[in-house]
Design a binder for this molecule. Structure first.
Ligand SMILES: [Zn+2]
Length: 295
């Protein structure tokens, strides 16, 4: 479904799913300071992580690790012997993939680096809709909430959807043009989003959509980093409440993911699903939400 077609209740949630679709998720993970060897939980309920904080984190992510790095080294040596001409980066990726497929990831994860992002979704038809320029204070409070949870880093991601361009409207090029217009129209709102001294990162994904598939599949236009994520200043200052929350967060992440089958690929994406009232794989075919999309 296109972002412009979704009702407001569901828009942000759908935008997160589009954002995590390929190839955008690689850029997103990189911007958040995570590589592909990572997990993500969409819509993570804060109260299960840091009991005194309410609401949810649209995108919560952390690093994965291997049980045995000697096994990874062996797989890499094998890959080098079998395919000496392949680029080292590819050899490494395939070695990692092989070990993960054999069940070599630590599970549940014991992350040392955890990030969170708040996602806002506006859309552009001939002007910006749902830009929430009147809600800057609320958005800033949500960002402060991420800081107080004790995350290593945190960010705001603005997604701006557009009307799908069909062949007549220039398809891909039309969609790119729409994305550029949307980005320009959103500029003033983006500038006012975060206080100057905020440690939060800021990303924008102005996405032109091409008729024939939603933005997760056929989105034109890339994710752009407006402002780099900085290390959490409350952690650096040893703020007592933040340190307590971080302790709870690091203890509760493995609890939240324990019981789910060990992933054999990465990055791996879960959702704290309100409909199923549990955390499951984002693509779980048993989820009401996924069944609806298939129908
Ligand atoms: Zn579900």
């Amino acid at each position: 479904m296109y972002i412009v077609e979704i009702d407001s209740q569901e828009r942000e949630s759908e935008a997160v799913r589009h954002l995590l679709g390929l190839p955008c998720n690689e850029d997103l993970l990189r911007a958040l300071g995570l590589g592909p060897l990572s997990w993500i939980v969409v819509d993570a309920e804060k109260s299960r992580l840091t009991p005194t904080i309410k609401g949810d984190v649209d995108i919560l992510g952390g690093n994965l690790d291997f049980e045995d790095w000697a096994q990874v080294e062996n797989a890499y040596a094998e890959m080098k012997a079998e395919h000496p001409d392949w680029p080292p980066q590819l050899q490494t990726q395939l070695a990692h993939k092989k070990v993960a497929e054999a069940g070599g990831l630590v599970w549940p994860p014991q992350p040392s680096y955890v990030v969170g992002a708040e996602v806002k979704c506006a859309y552009f038809t001939d002007c910006i809709k749902a830009g929430k320029s009147s809600k800057q204070k609320h958005i800033r409070n949500q960002i402060v909430g991420l800081e107080k949870m004790g995350l290593n880093k945190f960010a705001l991601v603005d997604v701006v959807g557009t009307r799908p361009s069909d062949a007549e409207a220039g398809a891909w090029l039309g969609a790119l043009g729409q994305a550029q217009q949307a980005r320009a129209a959103m500029d003033e709102i983006l500038r006012a989003r975060l206080p100057e001294q905020s440690a939060a990162g800021h990303l924008v994904w102005p996405v032109g959509s091409v008729a024939g598939g939603d933005e997760g599949i056929r989105g034109a236009g890339g994710l752009r980093l407006l402002r780099e994520l900085q290390a959490n200043p409350s952690l650096a200052a040893n703020d007592l409440k933040t340190m307590e929350n971080r302790k709870a967060l690091l203890a509760n992440i493995p609890r939240m993911l324990d019981g789910l089958p060990r992933p054999r690929y990465f990055p791996v994406i879960f959702v704290d699903c309100r409909k199923c009232r549990k955390v499951h794989y984002l693509e779980d075919p048993a989820c009401v939400r996924n069944r609806r999309e298939v129908a």
